[in-house]
Design a protein around this ligand. Sequence first.
Ligand code: HEM
Length: 119
Amino acid sequence: MVHAHMTAWFLALILFFVAIGLQKSGKEKGFKVLKMVLRVFYILIIGTGLGLIFSLANISFMYIVKVLVGIWVIAMVEIILSRKTKGASTKVPWILFIIALVLVLYLGFSLPLGTYLFK
Ligand code: HEM
């Protein structure tokens, strides 16, 4: 489940940057398709994340924080893409995206399941 979760968010991040690249180069159709594909990835990320939560015997506070920050990253991705569609400024959501991403990676790798990079 940890690997499915890792694969899901890693691919979603790549698709997010590809989507931005497509929009920048004026490929609106590809951009639109990727936005829809990304929504499927949100479900996969949340589904595998919840699967990990339900595999635990007891859920500590940091796990609740991990879930909320994970959802925060997804929300920022969605907001950045929708603002890009409208041609609005994406500065604030980008800053929030970077903060949330650093936090979620730290939390994911410091919590006990799977890879244990930070203690
Ligand atoms: C784009 C958003 C997300 C990113 C980048 C992300 C990243 C990560 C990373 C790096 C890990 C550690 C994997 C490992 O230890 O090998 C992890 C684990 C986990 N994630 Fe996420 N995650 C995201 C969203 C979510 C969401 C939405 C949920 C819940 C619905 C969630 C729940 C979990 C849980 C429960 C774990 C296990 C924690 C542990 O290592 O003990 N994640 N995630």
